[in-house]
Design a protein around this ligand. Sequence first.
Ligand SMILES: NC(=O)c1ccc[n+]([C@@H]2O[C@H](COP(=O)([O-])OP(=O)(O)OC[C@H]3O[C@@H](n4cnc5c(N)ncnc54)[C@H](O)[C@@H]3O)[C@@H](O)[C@H]2O)c1
Length: 275
Amino acid sequence: MVKIAIAALQIAKRHHHSQQEEKIMMLKNKVALVTGGTSGIGRATAIAMGTAGAKVVFSGRRDAEGEETAALICETGAECLFVRSDVSREADVQVLVEETIATYGKLDCAFNNAGIESPGKPLHEQPIEEFDKLISINVRGLFLCMKYEIQQMLNQGSGVIVNNSSMGGLIGFPGVSPYIASKHAVMGLTRSAALDYAKQGIRINAINPGLIATEMMERLADGTGNTADSYASMVPMGRMGQAAEMAQVVVFLCSDAASYITGQPLVIDGGFTAN
Ligand SMILES: NC(=O)c1ccc[n+]([C@@H]2O[C@H](COP(=O)([O-])OP(=O)(O)OC[C@H]3O[C@@H](n4cnc5c(N)ncnc54)[C@H](O)[C@@H]3O)[C@@H](O)[C@H]2O)c1
C-alpha cells in the first residue's frame, strides 16, 4: 500500500513537473521579435520570451543597453540577436524584419513595444514638435512594424502580434494628451488589423498596462512632480506594476493558449480602470 502511494506520488510529481515545464516553455521553437527591448517592459518581455523557449530578436537605439539585455537573455539559455534600429525609420524596420528572417528563418511572434511619453502639460502647452515626434514613434513606428511583420506572417500563413498600448488607450488621463491619443490610435490599428487578417492565421492583440515602474515612469514623475508613492496610491492594489508582470501576459497572448483571442485589449493595471 505504502509503495503504491509513493509510486502514485512520484507519478503525480512527474506530471506536475512536466506541466510546469510545459507552462514555462510556452514559446518553444518560436521566433520572437521585440521592439524597444533595451529597457523596461520590452527588456523584461525579451527575457520572458527567452525563458519560454523562443529565439529572441530585439531592437533599440542604445548599444550598451542592447548588450546588457542580450546578456540577460543568454542567461535563460535562449539564442538572441540585437539589431540597432529606430522604429520611426522605415528602412530600419524593414532591415529589422529581414535580419530576423535571415538569422532564424521565420517570425512567429512580434511585440511592438517601443514608445515615448509626452511632456507632462495641459494640451494648450504641448509643443507641436513634441507631438509630431511622439506620433512618428508611437503610431507611425508601430504601423511600420506591423506592416513589415504582417508581410512575413502572410508568407508563412501564421503569426501573432501584440502591441503595447496602455490603459491610456482606453481612457483619458490628464496632462499627457498626445500620449493618450497615440495609445488610442494603437487600439485602432490593433482592432482593424486583427479583422484584416483574422482568416489568414494571424492574431493581433494589445496589452494595456497601468502605472508600471520603468524608466518612463521615472521621467514622467520628474516632469509632473509626482513620486512613486503618489502613483502607487492611485492604484487599487496599492502599488505600481512591474515590467515582468507585463511580460508574462505578452508571452500568454503570443502562445497557443490564447489561440481564440484576437483584436482585444488586455488591461494589466492593478484595478485602476475598474474604478
Ligand atoms: N511604464 C508605464 O507605466 C507604461 C504604461 C502603459 C504603457 N507603457 C508603454 O510601454 C512601452 C515601453 O515603455 P517602458 O515603460 O518600458 O519605458 P522605457 O522608456 O523603459 O521603454 C521604452 C523603450 O522604447 C525604446 N524606444 C523609444 N523610441 C524608440 C524608437 N524610435 N525606436 C526604437 N526604440 C525606441 C526605448 O529606447 C526604450 O527601450 C511604451 O510603448 C510605453 O508607452 C508604459
